[in-house]
Design a binder for this molecule. Structure first.
Ligand code: SF4
Ligand code: SF4
Length: 191
């Protein structure tokens, strides 16, 4: 026996109603801005606060900022940082990192190590394209970390500004803690 719902179904089938509904959705999206990028040809703008690969930073005169205090290693919840340090013979009481490793495969990009560093020697960058078939190359050593820091110095500084760890003005830079310098050595500018 014919019922109203069967009649409706018959009309829907004859008029291709479902197809027209689907076409309506398709046409509507033709006038929307695309939500996807054709990566790697197109790349999206990365915000300054982005937590990408870590890098070690130098002062403007090329001197390493890291004093090997181990605070980043202590703060790391993933235990992926290893710092080995010794006293700088030319500057008594001052230490420096002889070796520095970050196993980036274990890093959860929390940023705690950057926050723990008293001299802003560590920062995160916008670098994210370092996938590799060889996992061993993702154990970043001191040389690699300073290389990343040098290549991405501007982004690293923007990261520190964005996270309120370093203000972009001379007064704040002067306020930041500087480890004791030997008598006669000029104060380093790190703007
Ligand atoms: S970002 Fe977090 S997990 Fe990664 S090295 Fe720093 S403290 Fe460890
Ligand atoms: S990066 Fe900073 S916290 Fe880590 S050992 Fe060097 S000075 Fe200390």
């Amino acid at each position: 026996m014919d019922t109203p719902s069967q009649t409706k179904k018959l009309f829907d089938a004859v008029l291709f109603r479902e197809i027209w509904k689907a076409m309506k959705v398709t046409f509507k999206h033709m006038f929307h801005r695309p939500m996807t990028f054709e990566y790697p040809r197109e790349k999206r703008t990365i915000p300054d606060a982005h937590r990408g690969a870590l890098g070690l930073l130098c002062y403007d005169d090329g001197r390493e900022r890291c004093v090997g205090c181990d605070l980043c290693e202590a703060a790391c919840p993933s235990r992926c940082i290893k710092v080995i340090s010794e006293e700088d013979k030319s500057m008594p009481l001052q230490r420096y990192a002889t070796e520095f490793y970050i196993d980036i495969t274990k890093c959860v990009f929390c940023g705690y190590c950057v926050e723990a560093c008293p001299v802003n020697a560590l920062a995160m960058t916008k670098m994210y394209e370092y996938s590799t078939p060889d996992k061993r190359t993702l154990l970043f050593d001191k040389r690699r970390l300073y290389e990343i820091g040098e290549q991405h110095i501007e982004d690293a500084k923007k990261y520190l500004y964005a996270h309120n760890q370093e203000e972009d003005d001379d007064e704040s830079r002067a306020y930041r803690y500087h480890f004791p310098q030997p008598v006669g050595k000029a104060e380093v500018s790190d703007s």
